[in-house]
Design a protein. Sequence first.
Lengths: 195, 195
Amino acid sequence: MVSGHSFSVTVDELVIARAKRGDGEALEALYRTFETPVYTLARRLTRTRHDAEDVVQDTFLELVRSIGSFRGDGSLAGWVRKVAASKALQRLRKQGARFAEEPLPDEFADGSVDGRTATAPLATAAERVDLRTAVEDLSETARAVLWLHDVEGYSHEEIAAMVGKTASFSKSQLARAHARLRNVLAPAVREEPCT
Amino acid sequence: MHLSQEQLLAVRDGDAAAADLAHVAACSACAAEVARLEAVRGALAALPMERPTHDLWPAIRARIVAESSRRHLARAGWIAAAAAAVVTVVVGVRGGLEAWHEARTAHEMKALIGQSQRLERALRSLDPSGHVVSGRTAGTIVELQDHIASIDAELANKGGQGAASPELVNLWQERVRLLDALINVEATRVAYVGL
């Protein structure tokens, strides 16, 4: 399981202690540490750069308000990531996202694929650009679930709690996201069906 | 019949039923699909991080300052109300020439307290939170607020001793002057963002 590579940072305890006392330099140090991962997460989940910037601001204001209650029983990075994800999902909701079911592409509609096509792992820069575009083209629901699960490492149960749905909903949305990515990205080699 | 996307993802994530694991072990197409899903997850995690187009910290800092200012002014409001009550009581219960001099000082102080409260209301009505300010302007705001905070600390300390005094009048005069300066800075900032 890939577990949120972008938030893989350790923060000096002294900086946290100083930030809890409202020290401006410590707060800025925390901002500089998490600016890029928070923005990246926000950019993947929200619609525009402006939305992502607002999420960054909301996340750090929440951090400043609540860091006094941070007890250190989990990592600060994990806590910041949770706040950022929550703020991004809140923004989507405000903009009218309903986290609704999205239908599978036609060929996946029966839940299985015969005459499966196999694709090579994504290796080149061009493929990565294609992947980023394909992710951006997903529905908000599918994109959020895909990113939170596959990159940030949240379980289906955790995602369900965040979006107010069930774990089954999260699993089906992840499957739909991958089905759509597969359609867009597959430079396919057809294989024999299973017997 | 191949496994569904959801079943394949469960295999990838280590959550699959034994029958599905056995299927993947026997079916090269499904095994290739699991490998592809793993590759997509790796490729997602390897997408380049994104950064905001400009430094968001000055705006975040300004919002932190604005929130802190609102909390601070709410506290200051209580101090002013308590001081005004003390002045009223002192003027009411003492008499004679000594009381006449004290009454003049008290009257002057009461006027300054009233002026201070009006300035605070004016400051709150500007509500510049959420708008971007330059680092320099934010620095000026912070300096003025820190200075007001130190005056309030002295007022809270000396105000508890009882009657109005020339020293308290001086402190209230200084507070009015600083609030006036703060309003000028904030009003300029609001006018600027409103352009």
